[in-house]
Design a protein around this ligand. Structure first.
Ligand SMILES: [Zn+2]
Length: 177
């Protein structure tokens, strides 16, 4: 029993050391920006995705207590993007280089890209998860973050570091290919 406790202590210390180098990222919208985006939100189940370019933002880093650092991404101004195509599951647009992007995910589940296939709510509605193509776009552009508005008051910041190669599975965890 004693040996077990000692082993746990070692694992805990090793884990803590690993965390020391971590950066934690916080995304924040200025009041005026969230007010603008809340006002534009609609619960219409046949809507297309919409997009914005982030016109002004401030990024600050500070050392965290106990090691590592915190990065704060504060968005100060956005404006609607010029879109070249949009449907309930996509929006095509391009913000200027160095101008990160924000797009909406809708409050509906749409079986195809046709608005006629959409129904309010359902399993795909209000999704705050970036899609694979959302991440690919972020990486291709070289932006430090992107944002999804997935409900009137819900905003999801996402970062290139989330789109990383899967860690090698250890043998003991099993059977997955
Ligand atoms: Zn998306």
């Amino acid at each position: 029993m004693l040996a077990c406790t000692a082993l746990l202590a070692i694992v805990f210390v090793a884990g803590a050391r690993e965390l020391d180098a971590q950066t934690v990222r916080y995304g924040v919208l200025d009041d005026s920006v969230s007010a603008q985006l809340r006002a534009a939100w609609t619960d219409d189940s046949t809507q297309s995705e919409r997009a914005y370019c982030i016109q002004r933002a401030r990024i600050a880093s500070r050392p965290a207590l106990g090691g590592g650092s915190d990065s704060i991404f504060r968005v100060l101004a956005v404006r609607p993007a010029v879109t070249t195509g949009q449907d309930p599951n996509h929006v095509q647009f391009e913000c200027a280089p160095g101008t990160p992007e924000l797009h909406t995910h809708t409050p509906a589940t749409c079986l195809t890209d046709d608005a006629g296939s959409c129904r309010a709510d359902g399993p795909l509605a209000y999704s705050c998860q970036p899609s694979r193509s959302d991440y690919e776009e972020l990486i291709a552009r070289g932006d430090q973050y992107g944002i999804i508005q997935c409900d009137r008051r819900a905003f999801r910041f996402y970062y290139p570091s989330e789109y990383a190669a899967a860690p090698q599975r250890s043998r003991s965890t099993g059977s997955a290919p």
